[in-house]
Design a protein around this ligand. Sequence first.
Ligand code: FAD
Ligand code: NAG
Ligand code: NAG
Ligand code: NAG
Length: 594
Amino acid sequence: MKTILFMAAFSCGATTLAKSVDYVIVGAGTSGLVVANRLSEDPSVTVVVIEPGKDERENPLVYELGGWLSAQGTEIDWSYELASQPGANDQVLKLAQGKGWGGTSMINGMTYVRGDSAQFDSWEDLGNPGWNWETLLPYYKKAEKYTIPRVSQLAAGATYEIQYHGFEGHVHTGYPTTLFNTSFAPSVIETWEGLSLIHNPDLNSGSVHGFSIGPQTLDAKEDIRWDAARAYYHPIQARKNIKIIQGTVRRITWASEKRGRGPTRPAVVASGVEFVTEDGEVETLEVKREVIVSAGAVRSPLVLESSGIGNPRILESLGIDVVVDLPGVGENLVEQTNHAQAFSSNLEPSGAAFHVFVTAADLFGDELATVEAATRENLTGWAEAIVDASSNNALNVSVIETLLRIQHDLIFKHEVTLAEILTFGIGQEGSDPVFGSNYWNLLPFSRGSVHLGSAEDINAPVIDPHFFLVDFDLDATVATGKMVRKFWTSNPMSDSVSGQIVPGSDVLPDDATDEQWEAFHRGSLIVNSHPLATAAMMSRELGGVVDPELRVYGTANVRVVDASILPTQISGHLTATLYAIAERAAEIIKKTSC
Ligand SMILES: Cc1cc2nc3c(=O)[nH]c(=O)nc-3n(C[C@H](O)[C@H](O)[C@H](O)COP(=O)(O)OP(=O)(O)OC[C@H]3O[C@@H](n4cnc5c(N)ncnc54)[C@H](O)[C@@H]3O)c2cc1C
Ligand SMILES: *[C@@H]1O[C@H](CO)[C@@H](O)[C@H](O)[C@H]1NC(C)=O
Ligand SMILES: *[C@@H]1O[C@H](CO)[C@@H](O)[C@H](O)[C@H]1NC(C)=O
Ligand SMILES: *[C@@H]1O[C@H](CO)[C@@H](O)[C@H](O)[C@H]1NC(C)=O
């Protein structure tokens, strides 16, 4: 092995020129850099992070507030092509994911919203004792450095309750200076209140129901986007015991020894990783303690599969030797669909969107009981359809039905929010401001997968989210679309609105039929870029991939820490929760690693 990595300053054990490190982290993304920062707090511990992308701190797309709107398709976006989607007129859609120090946090929309508490509590039912809202809250606060809104930002619709925020963490959250009160906020607030929604006192309290302007991951004084590298790596880059190197991890290498983890299943031991440098050279790096896979929901399952961890049927078809039989790897992918409607208005635009979260009761009104019963009846059928659509026999109908039933209970018994509606009026230099809504079904029942396309190419995942495989996902989306139109055509908002611009009245006339609503939503689908659950933290019986200590089942020293371990979708935006989980993961690793 060439030791390109270690200077004499790396003081591992007795040798000055270390040949191995304590921890290797695969991916310098949103979650990986949190873990890297925390593990390297101990100067005697060495950490190497391997990342295909570069240091992007000087890239205006990464630090300017509006940069992310132009980042897609540039070299800092992996821009994955999805499998053609029958539920969306066979379109081939793209999924944005960040490539570079900071990962997807470099190119995201910066919204900082956690979710509904019952959703996190349900993780305990999936085989994860100790994982719930109450135990996560301290980690949300640990990660956060909140700037409270100014008077003009409160007037513009922002709200907060101080006890839910942290002030000492690494992730700046707050409101852009471009947010101040105009004629837009009073009209939005009155109109949503007229539709019986509450102005939520704090979207990060564990209940997102209602509307408010949520904080964003940014420096509120300087208007700088705050990604994971700015938060967790730049401040500690001078540490001698941590290094980011450019490369793409191809696989985990295994030691010949095995360790006991229970009488029947000896656990395999990772000896290091094999990675490809920028010049295409293959290098290996030995690890003394652990490999932490943080390559994101699309890529972490690929790293596991190419290392022999996954569904034997898939691994064998790719010519990969099976090291751990774990059929949940790459399964359970849940991704959301996003849609937009735009209107013309003569209000003055405001600098940030209202986040509006609605429940099934808000969406279905008098029909709620009928919808509840009809969907409950259909759970078995949906589980069968999901298993049929998966090509590799990884799934078990009764297990999928269990997962769908838990989600059904959350929606209809625990009344978690089912859809999110952004409500914005945003000024644009040199053209008319844009008024409208992007909106999405937060909790699709449809499930898909991501797998390696070939053993040779770690960069070519086969991603299929199966959008609208379950017809209720489309029903919920249509109901949300109708609510969006109702909002923009209700008083007092309607006083300032002269018409709908997107879509045109040919697509969605005033008296559109259900067929037209459905056709519009199938044809105009935008991928929401919140993929998760592809290496889910669940019991092995339910198809889980990592245990409650985030260790991959059947291994002694491999963990996954990123969006792939989230077992369910949440009524939030993912980074708030990922920063919290990664903070907690680092503590767990410090306590439990060999
Ligand atoms: C357009 C867009 C808008 C979004 N808006 C929001 C928002 O407003 N608020 C919010 O909270 N969330 C938002 N999200 C989602 C959120 O940003 C992501 O869910 C989150 O950043 C994912 O973090 P992660 O740690 O799972 O993975 P990532 O941050 O994606 O990190 C994975 C890293 O691993 C690297 N990697 C991949 N393969 C390998 C390999 N083989 N070897 C080594 N390294 C590898 C990647 O290059 C990447 O740097 C948005 C996402 C997108 C795309
Ligand atoms: C916000 O601005 C509007 C329009 O200028 C004004 O009518 C309203 O009273 C302001 N709201 C607050 C809370 O200051
Ligand atoms: C339930 O399934 C039936 C039969 O497949 C279907 O016609 C109906 O639309 C489904 N209902 C819901 C709410 O998904
Ligand atoms: C499905 O999984 C359950 C729970 O692990 C198990 O009891 C059942 O036998 C499995 N069914 C099939 C067909 O594999």
